[in-house]
Ligand binder design. Structure first.
Ligand SMILES: Cc1cc2nc3c(=O)[nH]c(=O)nc-3n(C[C@H](O)[C@H](O)[C@H](O)COP(=O)(O)OP(=O)(O)OC[C@H]3O[C@@H](n4cnc5c(N)ncnc54)[C@H](O)[C@@H]3O)c2cc1C
Length: 208
């Protein structure tokens, strides 16, 4: 089956729903569609404070349906391939969507398997990550139970979902340890694969 839309948005994350809502506010008549397979929408910046213990995972969760304007057509599906010469996108079901304008925002995929052994140990053995709803609650469990030893924080090279996130959890952890009066009992190490502490020089100066 083939359907046509004036504007076709791939991905209903922060970018996709913002674009759909903004366009709809500007023009009530334009034919807009979103391709998004998930019924759940996570506010990912909130994951930092879930890991830091100030927010629950549930507080970051919204129903995707509540974020897509009723007059925007939602295809609950994966985009499978792009046919730019036909102005078309083929969905996993085999259906085809054609467009006049295409917005591609399917986010960043987490490739845990590209680091040897990571997928096997993530979520246990004191190995945690704030980058996924599946792993972030375990970060808080680890932080909460820190009493002594070394806590290692890592920042991979770009592209990553949020350049500040790896540092923010270090500061939140240090703050928790300070409040518990045990900061001096722990060694916090931040291993940064990037060239600078933060890409914006104004902030970098005070962080360094
Ligand atoms: C821990 C953490 C902290 C962060 N902190 C901040 C912060 O403080 N400030 C800030 O500005 N940003 C922050 N960010 C970054 C911010 O969350 C992202 O930049 C933002 O979510 C990116 O939006 P997006 O729509 O591009 O991708 P996403 O929000 O990841 O959405 C992508 C969507 O595309 C869908 N999708 C994937 N594949 C397909 C497909 N084949 N077909 C159709 N749909 C598909 C997915 O289901 C998903 O819903 C943080 C991120 C994390 C993880």
């Amino acid at each position: 089956m083939t359907q046509h839309h004036t504007v076709l948005i791939i991905g209903g994350g922060a970018a996709g729903v913002s674009i759909a809502n903004n366009m709809r506010r500007q023009d009530a008549t334009i034919d807009i569609a979103i391709v998004e397979p998930s019924e759940k929408h996570y506010y990912q910046p909130g994951f930092t404070i879930v890991g830091g213990g100030a927010y629950t995972l549930k507080q970051t969760l919204r129903n995707e349906a509540d974020l897509i304007p009723a007059s925007v057509k939602w295809h609950k599906e994966y985009a499978d391939s792009f046919l730019p010469e036909e102005n078309a996108v083929v969905l996993r079901s085999g259906d085809k969507l054609t467009y006049e304008y295409l917005v591609v925002c399917p986010g960043i995929q987490l490739d845990w398997h590209k680091i040897q052994g990571l997928a096997e140990t993530l979520g246990k053995n004191g190995v945690c990550s704030n980058y996924s709803p599946d792993t972030v609650e375990y970060t808080w469990e680890c932080v909460k139970n820190l009493e002594s030893g070394t806590a290692l924080f890592t920042q991979p090279p770009m592209p990553i979902k949020c350049a500040g996130a790896p540092q923010k959890i270090v500061y939140l952890t240090a703050d928790r340890l300070r409040k518990k009066g045990i900061l001096d009992k722990l060694n916090l190490e931040f291993c940064n694969a990037g060239g600078v502490l933060f890409g914006v020089p104004f902030f970098c100066a005070s962080l360094g």
